[in-house]
Ligand binder design. Structure first.
Ligand SMILES: NC(=O)c1ccc[n+]([C@@H]2O[C@H](COP(=O)([O-])OP(=O)(O)OC[C@H]3O[C@@H](n4cnc5c(N)ncnc54)[C@H](O)[C@@H]3O)[C@@H](O)[C@H]2O)c1
Ligand SMILES: N[C@@H](CC=O)C(=O)O
Length: 488
């Protein structure tokens, strides 16, 4: 472990300002996905310890909400500065435990830190309203108030940004938080806790619990003191958490799975579109909720597009994220097996394997970028979120048909449209059943935008003013029997 600041490498949970070992030192190995070696251990807390985190957060709530938005903003801004000061160490930890290339990890630290910076400011705009009264001698209005103890369960593919996109908003709103990171990537989350402590965020306000996922969620989703559950992860687990939280009617925000269509119309620069489609597909080794999961190409440019896509894809370097590569390992062996199965299913149903030689893989947890042509709706690569470097491409003939095909999924997170015809773009964008539509660009996320999906891709939005609202309740007040203005 080559950290400039070794104290950022933490293996214990962080509760109420205390580094906490699992009961009877119960823990779980954390593996380097590039080579399967043990990097360290993640404490496995028991139900009593998880409940203690709720108690600590509830106890810290009053003091944290009592701070002015400027005081909370100063703590958050200091945390933001510390993320930047320790950017290299945070990126190094992330690459070690998640596998993504260091350059991507540095980008994620910047991306994740931007949410803290943005919400440190945004809390100053949590406005209520006054309401012209229909009731004689009454003053009416609303206030925005923090919802209370907020729980965040986060995935392994973006182990820092998926935490700060939630925690930045919740903390700015005045809520104490309990984060449960993926067991595959706990170290980034625990380094965030170390830096939160250095930023002066009081004990109990920012907690990171680690443990068996089912145990953690059972405690956190059923404790009545927890007011909000925010989850980023698979739709399967999201549905489970909804059921677990129903008994105590919690606020929920869910960022779930995706199955993004990438539509390429015939009026585009084919090479540019192919280059962007490769980036949209293979970012984070395809382990990205925004990954282009089904690529629809107008028949007139289909062959040319496949040729250019294959050229750009074959130029991608695959290897350890510590090297100068484009694609790192998948998170574990199960993910590699799943990718093989998806390719096999597609080929068995008639897809063309245009490129993707697995014998070139530099290790057991690596999967070479693969291009499948002529995919059809019955194939797993069309129906499922592949979450791997497997690209599925098919041709389309008319706009109505391709929008219908793009919508033929239970998911609705992000979609991409490439065309130079503004009326065509507008009609397609309005017809696509997705929470986010990106036109002629891949760069569309960021702290100011409302990130989220429709259908079974989630509930609510993260980032932007809407992201703050997830952690605020609106209180209506009616001041009755009030005197009229003096002099009346
Ligand atoms: N919409 C978004 O913003 C977004 C962002 C990143 C990832 N994702 C989605 O996340 C998925 C990949 O991430 P993942 O594999 O970590 O997802 P996952 O659902 O397996 O795990 C996500 C989190 O939930 C926990 N978890 C797993 N099983 C659980 C259970 N039974 N009870 C309680 N908690 C449980 C995990 O430990 C982890 O912390 C993909 O579907 C991807 O699309 C969505
Ligand atoms: N790339 C996404 C994370 C989902 O996997 C984002 O920008 O939030």
């Amino acid at each position: 472990m080559q950290l400039n600041d070794p104290r950022l490498f933490r293996q214990l949970a962080y509760i109420d300002g205390q580094w906490t070992a699992g009961a009877s030192n119960h823990d779980e190995a954390v593996l380097d996905p590039a080579n399967g070696e043990t990097l360290g251990f993640c404490a496995l807390l028991d139900a009593e310890q998880i409940t203690h985190a709720v108690t600590a957060a509830e106890r810290a709530f009053a003091g944290w909400r009592a701070l002015s938005v400027d005081e909370r903003g100063r703590h958050l801004h200091r945390w933001y500065q510390l993320l930047h000061e320790h950017r290299e160490d945070l990126a190094y930890l992330m690459t070690l435990e998640q596998g993504k290339p260091l350059s991507d990890a540095r980008g994620e630290v910047d991306y994740g830190a931007s949410f803290i910076q943005w919400f440190a400011e945004e809390a100053r705009r949590a406005y209520g309203v006054t309401i012209p009264s229909h009731i004689p001698n009454a003053m009416l209005g609303t206030l925005k108030e923090p919802v209370g103890v907020s729980v965040m369960l986060t995935p392994w593919n973006f182990p820092l940004a998926m935490i700060t996109r939630k925690a930045g908003a919740a903390l700015a709103a005045g809520c104490p938080v309990i984060v449960k990171p993926a067991n595959e990537t706990p170290f980034t989350a625990l380094a965030l806790a170390e830096l939160a402590e250095r930023a002066g965020i009081p004990p109990g306000v920012f907690n990171v619990v680690t443990g068996e996922p089912a145990t953690v969620s059972e405690v956190l989703c059923t404790d009545d003191r927890v007011r909000s559950v925010s989850f980023t992860g698979s739709t399967r687990v999201g549905k489970l958490l909804i059921r677990q939280s129903a008994g105590t009617v919690k606020r929920m925000s869910l960022e779930l799975g995706g199955n993004a269509p990438f539509i390429v119309c015939e009026d585009v620069d084919v090479d540019e579109a192919a280059r962007d489609a490769v980036a949209a597909k293979f970012q984070t080794a395809g382990q990205d909720c925004l990954a282009a999961n089904r690529i629809f190409v107008h028949r007139r440019i289909y062959d040319r597009f496949l040729e250019r896509f294959a050229v750009h894809m074959k130029a991608l370097k695959v290897g350890s994220g510590m090297m100068a590569v484009d694609i790192g390992p998948l998170i574990h062996r199960r993910a590699v097996k799943a990718a093989h199965a998806i390719v096999e299913d597609a080929v068995n149903q008639g897809a063309r394997l245009v490129a993707g030689n697995q014998s070139m893989a530099p290790g057991a947890n690596f999967f070479m970028p693969t291009l499948l042509a002529d995919i059809t709706p019955g194939m797993r690569v069309f129906r499922e979120e592949t979450f791997s470097p497997v690209a599925g491409v098919c041709a389309f003939d008319d706009d109505e048909a391709v929008v219908a095909a793009a919508n033929d999924t239970e998911y609705g997170l992000a979609a991409y449209v490439y065309s130079n015809d503004v009326k065509r773009i507008w009609k397609m964008m309005r017809g696509l059943e997705y929470g986010m539509v990106s036109v002629n660009t891949l760069k569309m996320t960021g702290a100011p935008i409302p990130f989220g999906g429709v259908k079974q891709s989630g509930l609510g939005r993260e980032g932007g003013a809407q992201g703050l609202e997830e952690y605020l309740d609106t209180k209506y007040f009616c001041l009755g029997n009030m005197p009229g203005p003096s002099g009346s």
